[in-house]
Design a binder for this molecule. Sequence first.
Ligand code: ZN
Length: 77
Amino acid sequence: MPKRVTKAHIRRERDPKKIERVLKRKGYPGGELPRGRVLHHIIPVSEGGKTTPKNTRVITNKKHKQIHANRKKRGLV
Ligand SMILES: [Zn+2]
């Protein structure tokens, strides 16, 4: 059962500065995503997931679309 998520949580976890910090910790020195890649949250922010190195993966845009299409089929975010 997804826990209740506040707008403040979503705002905090999607903060570009927070994302930049996490990217730096994940080994992207400029804090920027390489071209064609996105930062995917394993537990979605909308389900209480956080923007941390552990809860995120840098993956290709293509792979990201696949993941979310599959999740959608299974009735997930
Ligand atoms: Zn994603």
